[in-house]
Ligand binder design. Structure first.
Ligand code: CMC
Length: 429
């Protein structure tokens, strides 16, 4: 017999709540019948303790600092994989064979160009527009260009939308950067790998030869892999929520991009480097900023620190910090913000405030340092996060639609406003 938990309600009813157990022995109370059987709902602001679905994509254990995609440890994938393999793994469930990998990469390479009319959008965006705003808008506009593939129930239409998104997002992103610096757009070069192509579209100019640095390609490949999925985070839950209304894949991903932009989520990498710069300009007085973060009357937080799920080292931060050394070694002048970051980490991790709350550096703490070393401008950091997270969003959207138990996401609430009162005409208010 399935395990249950007993619940005694305020009006004396006794209920059996089934226990759901995952493959890694995580357990949840199934409360889906609670309202119909006891007229009660659960209240959990910020979904701190609420599972919104079951999922077979990513496992993470925040206490032990474990992260696995489809069972494979992130450390192994980051060291040994091509980002395209990870995209395939997340979306289709298994690592690709050589032939599957070649087919997948070849198909993506054929779809890297943007429709020329889509390129014209860039003329209309203000030059100082944030590239995340451009990214979300252009991805949303894909629904206007590909009206032949908007049906979430048609597997062929979904497949071609997946290819178009994965193939075009780097082009959309690089064009946003070119627009901001007033340089000509560099069209994709399909003989290059995903990361090399992106770097070329970002940094090549027609007037000079451009050689892609293989170390930068490897660093970018690693960064995209560690960002590729993170189970039910804010942007992924947004993609699932929007998709649950049967909105098309482009619309759902565009919503995910907007959710990622916020500084408490993907925008933290940009905010973190701004903070490190500010500390450096302020004489590298790390302790002052740690004290500010601890002060309850000050809303300053250490960006790149803390995580809803990780209460131990974020394994992604460890991988990125190790990769920093290699990329920074190539620089003639050491980036001073790396030293500020190392000192900030040391001071915070020996402070009782951070120890008691289990606040550790997260994925965003060191990623900005590498992006800077590669030459990526600050405003593009979160865009890089979006390119990395895209396969995760897609995998979740596909998994949700494949599940026979999926319903439209529609949380309940406890109303705390005025009770019924009569309407007052304007002259009586
Ligand atoms: N600096 C100072 N204090 C912090 C910080 C921080 N970065 N993060 C959490 N705290 C404190 C917080 O004030 C609270 O203290 P108290 O218990 O005394 O009220 C306690 O730690 C718990 O924090 P919380 O806000 O309840 O935790 P949360 O799970 O709701 O928030 C978080 C998680 C990531 C939003 C938060 O840690 C934060 O704001 N960090 C800075 C922004 C950041 O780096 N975001 C990137 C997250 S990782 C990448 C991603 O998923 O996008």
């Amino acid at each position: 017999m399935a395990e249950v938990a007993k619940l005694k309600t305020p009006d004396g009813k006794e209920l059996d709540l089934p226990i759901v157990e995952g493959t890694e022995r995580e357990r949840a109370l199934d409360i889906s019948k609670l309202r119909s059987s006891a007229d009660l709902i659960t209240l959990d602001e910020g979904y701190v303790n609420t599972g919104s679905c079951t999922s077979a994509i990513t496992f993470l254990d925040g206490e032990k600092g474990i992260l696995r995609y489809r069972g494979y440890p992130i450390e192994q994938l980051a060291q040994q994989c091509h980002f395209m393999e990870v995209c395939y793994l997340l979306i289709y469930g298994e690592l690709p064979t050589h032939e599957q990998f070649e087919n997948f990469s070849r198909t993506l390479r054929r779809h890297t160009l943007l429709h020329e009319d889509m390129r014209l959008f860039y003329d209309g965006f203000p030059r100082d527009a944030h590239p995340m705003a451009i990214l979300g808008s252009v991805v949303g506009a894909m629904s206007t260009f590909y009206q032949d593939s908007l049906d979430p129930h048609d597997p062929d239409q979904v497949d071609i939308s997946i290819v178009r998104l994965l193939a075009k997002l780097p082009t959309i992103a690089a064009f946003a950067y070119k627009k901001s610096v007033g340089q000509p757009y560099v069209y994709p070069s399909n003989d290059l790998s995903y990361c090399a192509n992106f770097l070329r579209m970002m940094f090549a100019v027609p007037s000079e030869p451009y050689e892609v640095d293989p170390d930068f390609v490897s660093a970018l490949n690693l960064l995209l892999i560690v960002h590729a999925d993170h189970e039910q985070n804010c942007s992924t839950s947004t993609v699932r929520m929007v998709g649950s209304s049967l909105a098309n894949l482009f619309a759902s991903i565009s919503a995910g991009i907007s959710a990622l932009w916020g500084p408490l989520h993907g925008g933290a990498n940009e905010a973190c480097v701004q903070m490190l710069e500010q500390i450096r300009r302020d004489g590298s007085n790390v302790k002052k900023y740690v004290d500010m973060a601890k002060d309850k009357h000050n809303n300053f937080r250490l960006m790149g620190f803390g995580h809803r799920v990780y209460k131990n080292f974020d394994p992604r931060a460890k991988i990125i910090k190790a990769a920093c050394d290699k990329v920074l070694a190539k620089q003639k002048v050491r980036d001073p913000i790396f030293d500020v970051a190392v000192e900030l980490e040391r001071v915070a991790l020996s402070d009782p405030y951070f120890i008691e709350r289990k606040l550790y550096p997260n994925v965003d703490f060191y990623s900005g340092v590498i992006y800077r070393a590669i030459g990526i401008p600050l405003q593009m950091f979160t865009v890089l996060f979006a390119i990395g997270r895209l396969p995760g969003w897609i995998a979740h959207w596909v998994e949700m639609h494949a599940s026979p138990t999926t319903k439209i996401c529609r949380p309940r609430q406890i109303y705390i406003g005025p009770t019924e009162r009569p309407f007052l005409p304007m002259d009586k208010r």
